[in-house]
Design a binder for this molecule. Structure first.
Ligand SMILES: [Zn+2]
Length: 153
């Protein structure tokens, strides 16, 4: 594994900066909390509308059936993606409460604060994300292990 910037990244939570560059831990906590809540609300709304597209919308006109089916396929994919992101948002909310927010779930290193500010529900540092992008089957193993032992003490 590539080990870069571990020295600069290995800082206590309290000096991490947020999207607005705030270094006050309480403000940071609130800022991440609000960002996660906003994303959760947004995803819940999207999920509802995708569900509507999939389950409620049905056109009795046979000529539109192919288009309907294509629309449904897209909605199914969007729903799948939104559900996964919502899961990540909710587990980030849990990590925010238990104090492990900002730590990579794979290598336990601090995730770059800029990355956390841009995507506060991210689970991995850039190196580990890169690794899982190339080895998606390995991420499954980590997810299962995380469910069994949710405390990273
Ligand atoms: Zn990592």
């Amino acid at each position: 594994m590539r080990k870069v910037d571990t020295v600069t990244q290995r800082k206590p939570m309290t000096v991490a900066v947020t999207a607005t560059g705030d270094t006050n831990p309480t403000n940071q906590f609130n800022e991440h909390k609000i960002a996660l809540q906003d994303k959760e609300n947004e995803l819940c709304k999207s999920i509802l509308s995708f569900r509507e597209l999939i389950f409620v919308h049905s056109n009795p006109d046979a000529t539109d059936e192919a288009q309907d089916s294509a629309d449904r396929d897209i909605a199914v994919r969007n729903l799948d993606r939104a559900s996964k992101t919502l899961q990540n948002v909710r587990s980030a909310q849990d990590r925010l409460e238990d104090g492990t927010f900002g730590e990579c779930l794979r290598c336990d290193e601090k995730i770059n604060p800029k990355r956390m500010a841009a995507v506060p529900w991210t689970k991995y540092c850039i190196d580990c994300q890169d690794y899982f992008d190339k080895n998606p089957e390995e991420e499954q193993v980590i997810n299962l292990a995380a469910e069994e032992s949710p405390v990273y003490a």
